[in-house]
Write a protein that binds this ligand. Structure first.
Ligand code: ADP
Length: 490
């Protein structure tokens, strides 16, 4: 039976003012799971005004108290983990164990950022004159807008809203139009945890609602995760209005396998990084850069593993690979596989749809790709892996670094010198040694170079950089007007 969700504005659950709704479809069954408000600029404005009205009180709430709300969020999420995970699997298709991992990241982030309520470190430094004191403090920024995708419908928003909230900002969140039900269930947790009305607001809808948020004059910061195309649009709009923007966009992540690697370990890691979450992670592996000496053996191992993966409805415990998120995503994968075939990349496993109903595609491997092919350069966001052959570490690094994105990379080698050279020379924001390209932990910075981002990072301490402004404070307790000896300072 289909459910109905609402916007959450100023502590009230409500429909869009226009009354318009859109459907959220289960990608495994193609059934309508929920209908949600199709919000327009007037709903977005109402949410921003609610956030603005709640800001002063929330900003003046002592940070340790704000942190305690986050601890309660973590506890309630622990209780609701299974329920929320099931909704997620039904709504966007990732298999249930991965959905649990998605919710767990939000739990981890809530505890971690809850701790910032008692930390939020600034600093003092010596000053030039006697009887004077200087310090730098982190201050809240104001109303923060979050625009998020569907592939991590709880984890990615949590990376944004938890640091934003503990720092004293109020939030308007526009989740992906693919996951309004998961978003509403997540927001209920905050209401239950005692977050005051207006501090977190939810507006569901499509790109128009996101665009209205990005250009709203009362929004100070925008944190966006999604496609490069949309991210750059948001950036352009917001930059012209002087807003601060944090962007997380595309990826084309690679695993390098050297001739001395533990091949069984590498094959397992590649399989899960490439086909886990149906290849729809920002950090998914879509390129394998393998040394010529071990290529044939590794490809054989990968073909065996890809064939053995169980594709199906992720709510069933033994299913390993769920559907693509929607028909459009499925058609994009089909288009790229056709392009790869035309380019001569040689699909040795997969290469077609799976199952009769739902947006399923077979785990696919192109065994003979080259770095100039489109399948080896462009983001496909599906279960498609392209194999590139190299002869040396230098060549592997050059191929890895030679794409438009720079999120995650990995090398399998038993040689410590090669590992450290790779750490030095791979120009991605995340580097793994003897591990797949996925599995980032929330206490470290997350983000990428080149076309993946705009130099900001999420998670870790650096998450606070997106959502705070520095305030430098000088206290003169000399009782006299002290002037520096060379009086030319601003
Ligand atoms: P994805 O491939 O993940 O759907 P998108 O970049 O299309 O990537 O979507 C990411 C988020 O950006 C979604 O919440 C989407 O609704 C929103 N969005 C889409 N178009 C725009 C736009 N023009 N301005 C702001 N947000 C948008």
């Amino acid at each position: 039976m289909s459910r109905e969700t609402h916007n959450f504005i100023g502590g009230n659950w409500q429909a869009a003012t226009s009354g318009h709704v859109f459907d959220s479809v289960n990608p495994a069954t193609e059934e309508v799971l929920a209908t949600a408000p199709d919000s327009d600029a007037s709903d977005v404005n109402a949410a921003v005004q609610a956030a603005k009205a709640a800001y002063q009180e929330w900003r003046l709430t002592p940070a340790p108290r704000r942190g305690e709300v986050l601890y309660r969020v973590a506890q309630i999420l622990e209780q609701k983990k299974e329920e929320l995970s099931r909704v997620m699997t039904q709504e966007m298709g990732k298999v249930i164990v991965e959905a649990r991992g998605d919710v767990q990241e939000a739990i981890d982030m809530a505890y971690y950022m809850g701790g910032e309520g008692r930390r939020m470190l600034g600093y003092t430094a010596p000053v030039e004159l006697p009887n004077k004191f200087g310090m730098a403090l982190r201050e809240s920024a104001g109303v923060v807008a979050l625009i998020t995708p569907w592939n991590f419908p709880v984890a990615v928003p949590s990376w944004k809203m938890l640091p934003a909230l503990v720092a004293g900002n109020t939030v308007v969140w526009k989740p992906s139009e693919e996951t309004p039900l998961t978003a509403a269930e997540f927001v209920k947790v905050f209401a239950e945890a005692g977050l005051p009305p207006g501090v977190l607001n939810l507006v569901t809808g499509a790109g128009a609602a996101g665009a209205a948020l990005a250009q709203h004059p009362d929004v100070r910061v925008i944190s966006f995760t999604g496609s490069t195309e949309t991210g750059l649009k948001v950036y352009t709009t917001a930059a012209a209005l002087g807003k601060k923007v944090a962007l997380e966009m595309g990826g084309k992540n690679a695993i390098i396998v050297m001739d001395d690697a533990n091949l069984e370990l590498a094959a397992q890691a590649i399989t899960w990084s490439a086909y886990g979450t149906t290849g729809q992670r920002c950090t998914a592996t879509s390129r394998l850069i393998v040394h010529k000496a071990v290529k044939a053996q590794l490809v054989d191992m990968l073909v065996e593993k890809a064939k053995s993966l169980k594709v199906g409805y992720g709510i069933e415990n033994d299913v390993q690979v769920g559907p693509l998120v929607n028909q459009k995503a499925l058609e994009k994968v089909e288009r790229y596989v056709a392009i790869g075939r035309d380019e001569g990349a040689n699909a040795v496993v997969g290469g077609g749809r799976a199952l009769d109903k739902g947006f399923f595609y077979q785990p696919t491997l192109f065994a003979d790709a080259t770095p100039d092919m489109r399948v080896a350069r462009e983001e496909i966001f599906g279960p498609v892996l392209s194999v590139l052959t190299i002869n040396s570490l230098e060549e592997a690094v050059a191929v890895n670094n030679g794409v438009a994105y720079g999120l995650s990379s990995s090398i399998f080698t038993e040689n410590v010198n090669a590992a450290f050279r790779a750490i030095r020379d791979l120009t991605t924001g995340i580097v793994y040694i003897n591990h797949g390209t996925t599995g980032a932990e929330i206490q470290f910075p997350f983000g990428g170079t080149r076309g993946t981002g705009n130099g900001m990072r999420e998670a870790g301490q650096t998450a606070l950089d997106s959502f705070t402004e520095w305030k430098s404070v000088y206290v003169d307790y000399s009782g006299t007007l002290q002037r520096a000896q060379i009086d030319n300072r601003e």
